[in-house]
Design a protein around this ligand. Sequence first.
Ligand code: GLC
Length: 735
Amino acid sequence: MKLRLTLAIAIAVASCSPKVKTDVYLDPSKPLEERVQDALSRMTLEEKVAITHAQSKFSSAGVPRLGIPEVWHTDGPHGIRPEVLWDEWDQAGWTNDSCTAFPALVNLAATWDRELSRLYGDCIGQEARYREKDILLGPGINMGRTPLNGRTFEYMGEDPYLAGQLVVPYIQGVQSNGVAACVKHFAMNNQEVRRTSTSSNVDDRTMYEIYLPAFEAAVKEGGAWAIMGSYNLYNNQFNCHNKRLLCDILKGEWGFDGVVVSDWGGCRDDDEAAAYGLDIEMGTWTNGLSGAASDGYSNYHLAKPYLERLRDGRASLEGLDDKASRVLRTIFRTSMGKQHFGSFNSPEHYAAARKIAAEGLVLLKNDGTLPLQIPQGGKLLVVGENAYKMMVVGGGSSNLKTKYEIIPLEALHEAFDGKASVVWERGYVGDTTTDYNKVVTGQDLSESRSAEQLLADAVASASDADCILYIGGLNKSKGQDNEGTDRADIVLPYGQDTLIEALAATGRPMVVVNISGSPVAMPWAPKVNAIVQGWYGGSESGHALVDVLTGVVNPSGKLPFTMPIALADGPLKTERQYPGIKEEGKKWWQEYYDEGVFIGHRWYSSKSIPVQYPFGHGLSYTTFDVSDVSVKRAGDGFKVSAAVKNTGSVPGAEVVQLYVSDVESSVERPVKELKGFEKVYLQPGESRKVQFTLDRRALSFFDAGSHAWVAEPGEFRALVGTSSEDIREEVPFRL
Ligand code: GLC
């Protein structure tokens, strides 16, 4: 009797306990596409539509009925943004979401180091995973067409090859943690002025040779799981639902199988959103940065209007299944994948941030004044607001709340404690903002002295200084390095040129550190002893800078963009080119990329225009010799080799760069284009051989007529050097 009763109870219990689901879509060990199709087959029309648009400021819907979680998106490329309120831009006020602030991407680009880029992606991917975010809204890789672009600091420079080579390992690093990298902003989003109402009008050759390659590498080599459509238009169609960019090129020619996410507020049209390649609509009702209509989610272009179109046949069910499949694929690759739980604020992440920041610092000039040699008991005068101002806060969507930010002044006090006195003079007043979107720095940047008094105080303090260390530049405020605005010129703001000249006139040894995310004019360069291009280095920026200034780290960074002498020297000469014009009968502003492929170093080199410091330039505390360049046939391409030797007295790294020149071509081509680079770390006296491969694509230009890459027979030249202007050897070869 007892046994029967026990058995009966056991059966009763078993029948009401939830079925252990063995459904294919729930099983991360099952093939991805089987999971996608299985889940799709179980979903209703309404559920498929729901997962194609936002449900909150930074999440899009899942399928609760099937146990498929919602998708959490997070900024940004430099660190995991603090939690915001459900439907607001403002912070949620959590106390456990302070992150590691990694260096700005332009700083990463300046390392020219693929392995550091992978390390960066892995660390930020771990932090995203730990914060349970599925799509990281970054990296940004828009080309540096104008140095005025307010978001230059968020991108990877002016060269498609450099950006392409570095974005691939970053993506792979992020995605190794089960987090999707969402590469942005696709495409030709090269300015902030009128970014939501300007059409970028570009010829095909320019687009394929300059503005698409880094995105193409991100998709084809990096395997990016997500792409963000940009705010602007291309040929007068909004990029978040641009047929040519998203359907023909991204998903057609490149075979992208991931998900296209709109920029926040970038989706602008019901019919186009349904038909032209957008998979997740985010942030609508906003201009990307300001207020939103409350709970407009059911009115999103891909919500009710989309349902109506599906029901009345104006939108296809196949199109919906394509969108839903891509969203499901992303979910199964991320939150429902086999990922671990990540890590957050680990010492390893701060160490990585410090290493990357230091490796990207660029020594532009040095007469031996660096590394700093301050006599025991001496005085180091530090001048400039950027020695003190915290830079992780601000700048737009890359704004971060970090656990800590080491400012240069703090690191200098640590380094010279007991050795020399470190005295700070502010020198000028730049940006006194100390909070952004309710993220506060806690600093007091108020100042009562006049500009004249500030300058006089700094100059007076120089009289008994063993060295003047100027730390100035730009910041993250509007009109500087800031999303949503462009700069008006590349001249340093806040009267800094006058201040620097006055300090140089004292005759004391002087080092200038320019902290910025974009090029600045340096008319005082001949008058100072050393110049370092510093970046927004994140949490460990101060330590990284002082590591280089004191020689703990030998600088090895190279400029990822040209430092022009003046803005007027650049390729954008007309309003038509930048910032765009209004034309009769056209609703949106029109911008014409008339300069074609001649941007950045392609422009300055081809037109023989002198620059302050060229693309790829960067010195070391040691010296290097590059020699024995040879070019040999290899299959239908070529192998280029060279020897590099550390001819100085301290260990260091050199970035050997390969440029290619097409001597005979039927179209006008830049005099040289970057087609290879290797960063080599060498002991004093050590030498190593570096090898580059040139395939036919590397020798080609894009022919719009035949819509193909064309490598024309004839003479080419391999130029190998340590910057775009410092070519050590040139070797001709024939195709
Ligand atoms: C912003 C930016 C984009 C960011 C998104 C979410 O407007 O353009 O880079 O990821 O909106 O904050």
